[in-house]
Ligand binder design. Structure first.
Ligand code: SAM
Ligand code: DTB
Ligand code: SF4
Length: 318
């Protein structure tokens, strides 16, 4: 994506950001689209494909997650996949039009032995001519540096929600643990992919509070995934009231305004969104998506459906 840099602000205050979030919908979207066009070429999205390289039995208790060992979700668990399976899937994703391959593991943190195997995967996927992203849980400084040395492009680690709402969602790791991992990744030179989830029963103050945390980092994450909660049966969140789609669109628009040079990802939740909802997200400044019929373990629209969607709205993939 051929980017022009817009000046960024890192001292956002909640009340001011809330005011932007709550203004009339059309005013918010108009402001976001104007900023979007200053920083990015219009009508372009980046496409990533996800693969779960280690699934289920995760010791953490994230209340939204189908892979936590604490909940009965019927997710079929497997250990770290063989290198060939991963490279095979990356080839297929590239052929289908993805430019980045994201590998996720249901770990609290990787052991050094497992990290070595993931490093082999990163190198092999890079050799296929794709950008690489991994999400493996918490990382210490030396692990982040090893991934950087292997040529990893992005590390995904989300803050998930505001510091105030966080304890309602996860008890097994702290907000500060997450910030420490982000600092270790930043320090290593690997690009950061960091965002959160909306639709978990939080208030608009919490949605804006999450964006404040991200935008007030010394450097904005290069990639900001905004996930709409996928309500999975068996998790404590299976019956939560779905969030109004316009609140989701507002969150995307505010992310675009607060982090003008970051790629904002219309992330989990697209399987339950119609074309009009997704078109609004693009209008609000989203410029990346996950393609491929699965996210990590839950369904996502097929590549064919997504190519039709992009064609409908006149957006091209890069
Ligand atoms: N285990 C690692 C970790 O959590 O750090 C990496 C994998 S984890 C599944 C990656 C991210 O997926 C989570 O941080 C969360 O934001 C998102 N996620 C997980 N389950 C989700 C759900 N049901 N709906 C939306 N997003 C979800
Ligand atoms: C992110 O923010 N969203 C992706 C990726 N990073 C790893 C994961 C979404 C997971 C949705 C539920 C599932 O399929 O497990
Ligand atoms: Fe484990 Fe990550 Fe799921 Fe939390 S989000 S339970 S850390 S796989």
């Amino acid at each position: 994506m051929n980017q022009k840099n817009v000046e960024t602000q890192h001292d956002w205050v909640l009340e001011k950001a809330l005011e932007i979030y709550r203004q009339p919908f059309s005013d918010l979207i108009h402001a976001a689209q104007q900023i979007h066009r200053l920083a990015f070429p219009e009508n372009e999205v980046q496409i990533s494909t996800l693969m779960s390289i280690k699934t289920g039995n995760c010791p953490e208790d994230c209340k939204y997650c189908p892979q936590s060992v604490h909940y009965e979700t019927g997710t079929e668990a497997h250990g770290l996949l063989p290198l060939e399976d991963v490279v095979g899937a990356a080839k297929i994703a590239k052929q289908a039009g993805a430019s980045r391959f994201c590998m996720g593991a249901a770990w609290r943190n990787p052991t050094d032995k497992n990290l070595q195997r993931v490093i082999e995967m990163v190198k092999a996927v890079n050799d296929e001519g794709m950008e690489t992203c991994v999400t493996l849980g918490m990382l210490n400084e030396s692990q982040a540096q090893k991934l950087a040395a292997a040529g990893l492009d992005y590390y995904n680690h989300n803050l998930d929600t505001s510091p105030e709402y966080y304890n309602e969602i996860i008890s097994t790791r702290t907000y500060q643990d997450r910030l420490d991992t982000l600092a270790n990744v930043r320090q290593s030179g690997v690009k950061l992919c960091c965002g959160g989830i909306v639709g978990m029963g939080e208030s608009d103050r919490d949605r804006v509070g999450l964006l404040i945390q991200l935008a007030n980092l010394a450097e904005h994450p290069e990639s900001v995934p905004i996930n709409m909660l996928v309500r999975v049966k068996g998790t404590p969140m299976e019956d939560i009231e779905p969030l109004d789609i316009l609140e989701y669109v507002r969150t995307i628009a505010l992310a675009r305004i607060m982090m003008p040079n970051s790629v904002v990802r219309l992330s989990a939740g697209r399987n339950d969104m119609d074309v009009a909802a997704q078109a609004l997200c693009f209008l609000a400044g989203a410029n990346s998506i996950f393609c491929g019929d699965k996210l990590l373990v839950t369904p996502n629209p097929s590549f064919a459906d997504d190519m039709a969607l992009l064609e409908d709205v006149g957006i091209s993939a890069r």
